[in-house]
Design a protein around this ligand. Structure first.
Ligand code: GLU
Length: 273
């Protein structure tokens, strides 16, 4: 009898200890150091699901492919002491789809270790997050229907420009308008995702679909066309939690080395970017 009580107490203590150590491992992903990520065995990365060449979810749902996904494997390779190719073969990245609105909060609450998702480095965003050196530079563009009659920014008076929530697109248009004395005054409508924006344009719910040219390129078809104007330089950086200094430093160093040794260019070329 005594023995079984003792056993039960021992079992309860053991269970308690296990629960404590488990929560220590999984709690607060945001501040998990490199050791915790190694222990976990995978790097959690937020990527876009709908940006061709950069990061696209495969139609069979088996994963993601694109330049930014390969970049995630390169970062994972550095963490797990292997090449990017090996990290890919060994599934060392756990991908999660993000959009312009969700990506920041997911880094902040630690659901992902970092985000590699056409995330433009801005002074305001740098106050909240760590950004790596820029790995790609783009600019904002405007996609219209061919039969809309819109040929120039001055044709946009009273028109509706569709943009993604939490993106830089509206602010960049307003800055461009201000700096170039554009007279036209359009209004803006926000959407959560790019496929929704493309659909809204096709259905003439909006007159213009505006975002970075690289993203728009994935939505050009026979019925629409890009206006001949680009503005607002967009430098993309890998975003990580400021609290996780070890990871941020590793990411920054890896990106800088890839920029310096030509491997970033090679990766861009692989994806036709
Ligand atoms: N790159 C821009 C931004 O960070 C456009 C939005 C997006 O990346 O989806 O706001």
């Amino acid at each position: 009898m005594k023995r079984s009580v003792f056993k039960r107490i021992a079992a309860m203590t053991l269970a308690g200890l296990m629960a404590m150590s488990l929560s220590a491992c999984s709690g607060g992903g945001s501040s998990d150091g490199l050791a915790a990520i190694k222990e976990r065995g995978v790097l959690k990365v937020g990527v876009k699901a709908d940006v061709p060449k950069f990061s696209l979810q495969k139609t069979d749902g088996s994963g993601y492919e694109g330049f930014e996904d390969d970049l995630a494997y390169e970062i994972a390779g550095r963490i797990f002491d292997m090449t990017g190719e090996e990290a890919k073969a060994e599934d060392k990245v756990e991908f999660q789809a993000v959009n312009a609105k969700t990506r920041g909060p997911l880094v902040e609450n630690g659901e992902v270790d970092c985000v590699i998702a056409t995330f433009t480095i801005t002074p305001e965003r740098k106050e909240t997050y760590n950004f790596s050196p820029a790995y790609y530079t783009d600019a904002v563009g405007l996609l219209v229907l061919k039969d809309s009659g819109i040929k120039d920014v001055e044709d946009l008076d009273g028109k509706i420009i569709g943009v993604a929530q939490s993106s830089t697109s509206q602010a960049e248009f307003e800055k461009y308008k201000e700096e170039n004395g554009v007279k036209a005054t359009p209004t803006f409508q926000e959407f959560a995702t790019y496929p929704e924006l493309a659909q809204a344009l096709a259905a003439k719910q909006i007159d213009v679909f505006s975002v970075d040219g690289a993203i728009l390129a994935g939505y050009v078809n026979d019925t629409n066309e890009l206006l001949d104007v680009r503005y607002g330089e967009q430098e993309y950086g890998i975003c990580s939690n400021k609290e996780n200094e070890e990871l941020s430093e590793l990411i920054n160093t890896t990106v800088q080395e890839m920029l310096d040794d030509g491997s970033m260019d090679a990766l861009l070329e692989k994806w036709g970017l």
